[in-house]
Write a protein that binds this ligand. Structure first.
Ligand SMILES: NC(=O)c1ccc[n+]([C@@H]2O[C@H](COP(=O)([O-])OP(=O)(O)OC[C@H]3O[C@@H](n4cnc5c(N)ncnc54)[C@H](O)[C@@H]3O)[C@@H](O)[C@H]2O)c1
Length: 358
């Protein structure tokens, strides 16, 4: 079945990843309509991607078009996702699903009421090499230490990607994102937060949320204790998490002005170390790398050996869309990155931020 899809938000990530992905999967999706409150961006997206209908209002798009699904690529996904789900329209929303747990839970409830699928855009979970790494971690003996590490430079560290320089920006007044509204919602849920802690919250719900999701994919259980601290600006955070069965996790995230992108999950077990180095997702076909260090076999004192798995050149965003198509067309396939899963991420991210000691 070809899924009739509408896209909300024709900004950076739509232009770089989702619109090209939907067009490339023409046997799975028909791009019926695009919507951006900046009309010139929607018109540009339409002109580049096969002339789908153009809208400035999401509600108008939903009303006028018979859509099976929407891909939500603005910054605040709650209101459009709720409307779509209430109308029974399957929804893929970029990360973070929402900035508060209350809103994310409301979306999960709306999806359950209408039966429309809700999937969250943690595309790294669809990267075939990341999946192989997670499988290795899932079978390793006695994991006792893990480290989640990320360093994100300006423009997501994507300075080397020519397409990023070519992203079309509106010639009109840019849609001022509702920073104050977002802040008010977060503070209403968490209580008052000093500025650097609020900054750390927003960093956490930005790129770092991918890695919380990855950590939870490896270790879904709740930590027994969490303790975090941040720098004076809130753009660097370290957290120590203790898990049942004697697992200790170190989370380290920083957003800096150094042009560099590093993202990895390393787990040490009794027999092996598994290190997943996640590739820069904007370099479309750059594979992620999994390194497994282990003792060699044989008599005596076996030497350590390293195996490297790096098998796939498939783009994670495209794999994500293929999975979304399966979820929409086959009721037996549940989203790998579901709304419920995103709620668990939000619980853990909030727990880390609440534990910040200064
Ligand atoms: N998966 C990833 O690695 C990744 C990377 C970057 C961004 N993202 C996520 O993608 C989303 C979009 O990020 P971006 O960098 O493309 O943002 P952007 O600002 O470049 O694009 C957002 C677009 O949405 C439009 N818009 C905003 N509110 C709207 C509304 N109510 N109705 C119609 N149009 C509206 C804006 O005009 C803008 O063109 C964010 O949620 C972000 O977290 C994910």
């Amino acid at each position: 079945m070809v899924v009739r899809v509408g896209v909300l938000g024709c900004g950076m990530i739509a232009q770089l990843a989702h619109l090209p992905g939907l067009r490339a999967l023409g046997e799975l999706f028909e791009l019926v309509a695009v919507c951006d409150s900046a009309r010139d961006l929607a018109e540009h997206a339409s002109a580049v991607h096969g002339n789908p209908a153009v809208y400035e209002s999401f509600d108008m798009m939903l009303k006028a078009e018979r859509l099976d699904a929407v891909v939500i690529l603005n910054r605040d996904h709650f209101a459009p996702a709720l409307t779509a789900l209430e109308h029974g329209v399957h929804t893929l929303a970029e990360k973070p699903l929402c900035y508060t747990l209350r809103e994310a839970e409301a979306l999960v409830a709306a999806s359950q009421r209408s039966g429309a699928r809700l999937m969250v855009g943690y595309m790294k979970r669809h990267d075939p090499d990341v999946r192989r790494g997670l499988t290795e971690i899932g079978t390793m003996a006695a994991p006792h230490l893990a480290r989640v590490h990320l360093h994100v430079g300006p423009d997501y560290g994507n300075w080397i990607i020519p397409e990023l320089q070519a992203v079309r920006r509106t010639a009109g007044v840019p849609n001022v994102q509702d920073d104050q509204g977002r802040r008010a919602k977060v503070l209403a849920e968490l209580g008052d937060l000093p500025d650097p802690v609020f900054t750390a919250y927003m960093e956490m719900f930005g790129v770092w949320s991918h890695d919380i999701n990855l950590l939870r994919a490896a270790f879904p259980q709740e930590p027994t204790s969490v303790s975090a601290s941040i720098d004076s600006s809130g753009t660097t955070l370290t957290a120590l998490l203790s898990y049942p069965q004697d697992l200790q996790v170190v989370f380290e995230g920083t957003s800096s002005r150094q042009y560099r992108f590093e993202e990895s999950l390393t787990v040490w077990g009794s027999e092996q170390t598994v290190a997943i180095e996640v590739s820069n997702p904007f370099l479309r076909n750059l594979p992620s790398t999994v390194r497994i260090h282990e003792n060699g076999s044989g008599p005596g004192r076996p030497a350590a050996v390293t195996r490297t798995l790096q098998g796939s050149y498939q783009d994670a965003f495209t794999k994500q869309l293929e999975h979304f198509h399966r979820c929409v067309t086959d009721p037996s396939v549940a989203p790998l990155t579901s709304g419920e899963d995103a709620c668990q991420d939000i619980r853990l991210m909030q727990r880390i931020i609440r534990s910040v000691s200064g």
